[in-house]
Structure formats: structure tokens, C-alpha cells
Ligand binder design. Structure first.
Ligand SMILES: Cc1ncc(COP(=O)(O)O)c(C=O)c1O
Length: 395
């Protein structure tokens, strides 16, 4: 029987993160491709989740999230970003935060809440790959703007030129995956000026919020009360607490936007995993130093890798945040970045991520002419980083 089924998403490919991890496993390569920690989640968190499960706290939580976790998030936001938030402006966890099944769900729901058929959303390339499919399924389209290289900064005059009557929202991601660049205070002020001038909204993907290096401050949208009035701010406990497989995240938004968000969230998952919510609430309350020490922890890992690669023929690009480092391999190979990553995995035994799949398909050929850059993930044990660097130094 022949099927008349037509795909709603004929152009969606398997994500490059999945593709490279599968290849890394096949060839037993050191996997510096997909962004997940090699080390375990803190013992405290494991104890608390086990305790919650054995005490029988295994049923649905309120759809928005457990009140004790919502309140702990508001307190944490206040501790981290109080510089611009007064006590009166302190985020109200119960009204303004919703717990989601990973940042992925938060991004998905925020996009469905905002984007209407024929709306345009500005995204910056290279872009994390979950934004565009969500925008398209909502009936919108992406207006792609390429980040300036090699700084991977936003060209704001190009942004302003791209805004038109259909523009609905801008998605920003800082610290930025895959490039490790971060937005500055001046970027946030410019963003605020534009969204106010043109009546737009912002989705701010801040899953690496606690990982900025060399004393640089993370410029969260939550530091800017007026900008926050037009924003969904998304974060991930998976990144913060080394438990990506738990798929726990949250979204913060002002009342009006959060109400819309919650209407959709209740029909996507209803609620997220209750025992993890209990454990994370306790972690935030009793072990706040995990978060304040995270930047230092990852900065040391970045430094282990960058020092070990000093004698290599790669050119290292600055990593100001996240757990990613970009390497320019133009002195080593003529292959395009996808071919180079395949070769690196199969022949050298190190898996990395090519950047070109994170640009629109129609731009990739042109991209390959001028760019030879790959991404390494340094959320790994030091001996893994050193082993990988030893191989990379021989190329
Ligand atoms: C920029 C960015 N946004 C969102 C996510 C998704 O986070 P989660 O695993 O919490 O869904 C990731 C994960 O890699 C990411 O890098």
C-alpha cells in the first residue's frame, strides 16, 4: 500500500550533535563533540532525588512547578543578578517562573506562545539547532543574521535593517553555543532599544548563564527590568548541575507572557519530573556554592585544554563562556568542516562538531570557502582533555 503521507518538515535532518556522537561511538573516538559533562552530577543531588523517590514523592507536581523550587529560583536570580533588580522588582517565582522538561521544552513553548503564522523571528547564525524547527511549526519563518567573525558578535545595524512589519521576536543566546562568545552590557542596551522601538519580544537562551570566564559578567536579560518585560528567559539545570539526562529547565517571564506560556506548557508535558524538582530545590537552597564555583571550574577546564593545544597547528579562538572552544584548522587541512570532523573521528580518534550545519543550508557552500572552524566540548575529565590534545597536537 502506498502512503500519501507528506512530511510537515521535509528538510529536517538528524541533528549534527547526534550524528557526531554516533560516529564517535562507532570509531571509539574521544568524544569532544556533543555538549554533555563526562563527570557526574553532585552526590548531594543524587541523594536527594533518591530520597524523594523512596519517600514516595512520585506523582504529578503542580503544572507550573513545585512552589519550593519556583521560590528557590527567584532567590537564586536575585543573588546572581541583583545589580539591576531592586527588592520590588525581584522576580516572583510563583508568578513568573515555570519548570520545564529541559531548556528545549522552554524554548519550544516560548516560541509557540509568541510566534503566529507569517511572523518573522530573527536568529543569529551559527544557531543552536532547535530554534528554527519550532518557529516553522508555529507557522513563522526565520530571518537569519550571520554573526561577525572571528568575534562572533552581533551586527546591530544589520539587525535594525532586517526588522520589518512581520518581525515578532529576536532570539539571543549568551553565553553562546557553539562559539563561546558572550553579549556585553552595550549589546543588551541596544537590544532593549530595538525591541522597545519596534514593539518586539525576546527569547533569551541563557542555559550557560553560570559559565563566563576571566571575570566577565553574564549579562542576563534578568538584569534589565525593562527588557525583561518583553522577554522569555530560558535556563537549564542539566547544564548547571551536570545532569543533562534529567532534562530539567525553566523559563522566567513577566506575568502576561508567563500566562500564555503556561497555557501551552500544561498541554506539552503538564509538569516535569517531581523527584528532580524536589532535589534541585534543596540543592539551590543548601549548596549555593555549586553555582558560584561553576565558572571557575569550567575556566580551569578551558585552560587545561588551551594550554595543552598550544603547540598544535590549530588556531584557538577565545572562549569567554559555555564549555566550548573553537579551533581554526586552516593550517592543517583543506577539507570542509564536516569532512574534517568525519576524518578526525575516524582517522585521528577525536570527535568534534563542524559549525556549517548550524548555518542555513543555502549558505553552506559559500561558508565553506571562507571558514574552517570546529567546536570542542571541554566538559570532560582532565585526562580525557589531555589525551585528546596529545592527538590533536600531532596533526
Ligand atoms: C544553547 C542551548 N540551548 C538549549 C539547550 C537545551 O538544553 P536542555 O538539555 O536543558 O534541553 C542546549 C543544550 O545543549 C543549548 O546548548
Amino acid at each position: 500500500m502506498s502512503s500519501s503521507f507528506t512530511s510537515k518538515m521535509p528538510n529536517i535532518e538528524t541533528s549534527i550533535f547526534t550524528e557526531m556522537s554516533v560516529m564517535a561511538n562507532q570509531h571509539q573516538a574521544i568524544n569532544l563533540s556533543q555538549g554533555f559533562p563526562e563527570f557526574d552530577t553532585p552526590a548531594f543531588l543524587k541523594d536527594k532525588i533518591n530520597q524523594a523517590i523512596s519517600e514516595g514523592r512520585n506523582q504529578y507536581s503542580p503544572s507550573n512547578g513545585l512552589p519550593e523550587l519556583l521560590t528557590q529560583i527567584a532567590d537564586m536570580v536575585h543573588r546572581q543578578y541583583q545589580t539591576h533588580l531592586t527588592d520590588e522588582q525581584k522576580l516572583n517565582g510563583l508568578n513568573n517562573v515555570t519548570i520545564t522538561s529541559g531548556a528545549t521544552e522552554a524554548l519550544w513553548v516560548a516560541i509557540q506562545a509568541l510566534v503566529r503564522p507569517n511572523d518573522e523571528v530573527i536568529i543569529f547564525d551559527p544557531a543552536y539547532d532547535s530554534y528554527e524547527p519550532a518557529i516553522e511549526l508555529a507557522g513563522g519563518t526565520c530571518r537569519h543574521i550571520t554573526l561577525d567573525t572571528p568575534s562572533y558578535a552581533i551586527n546591530w545595524s544589520q539587525v535594525e535593517q532586517s526588522i520589518n512589519a512581520k518581525t515578532r521576536a529576536i532570539i539571543v543566546n549568551s553565553p553562546h553555543n557553539p562559539t563561546g562568545s558572550i553579549l556585553s552590557e552595550s549589546d543588551l542596551n541596544t537590544l532593549q532599544g530595538l525591541v522597545e522601538k519596534y514593539d518586539l519580544y525576546v527569547i533569551s537562551d541563557e542555559v550557560y548563564e553560570h559559565m563566563t570566564f576571566d571575570g566577565l559578567r553574564h549579562e542576563s536579560v534578568l538584569r534589565y527590568p525593562e527588557l525583561f518585560q518583553r522577554a522569555f528567559v530560558v535556563s537549564s539545570f542539566g547544564k548547571t548541575f551536570h545532569c543533562t539526562g534529567w532534562k530539567m529547565g525553566y523559563c522566567a517571564a513577566p506575568n502576561e507572557l508567563m500566562n500564555e506560556f503556561r497555557k501551552i506548557h500544561q498541554y506539552v508535558t503538564f509538569c516535569s519530573f517531581t523527584p528532580a524538582q524536589i532535589a534541585i530545590a534543596q540543592m539551590l537552597k543548601e549548596q549555593p556554592s555549586h553555582i558560584t564555583e561553576l565558572a571557575n571550574f569550567y575556566q580551569q577546564k578551558r585552560d587545561v585544554l588551551t594550554n595543552a593545544l598550544k603547540s598544535s597547528r590549530f588556531t584557538l579562538l577565545p572562549s569567554k563562556g559555555t564549555y566550548f572552544l573553537l579551533l581554526d584548522y586552516s593550517a592543517i587541512s583543506e577539507l570542509n568542516d564536516r569532512e574534517f570532523c568525519q576524518w578526525l573521528t575516524k582517522e585521528a580518534g577525536v570527535a568534534a562538531i563542524p559549525l556549517s550545519p548550524l548555518y542555513p543550508a543555502e549558505q553552506r557552500q559559500e561558508y565553506h570557502k571562507n571558514n574552517k572552524v570546529i567546536r570542542l566540548c571541554f566538559a570532560k575529565n582532565d585526562d580525557t582533555l589531555l589525551k585528546a590534545a596529545e592527538i590533536l597536537c600531532q596533526l
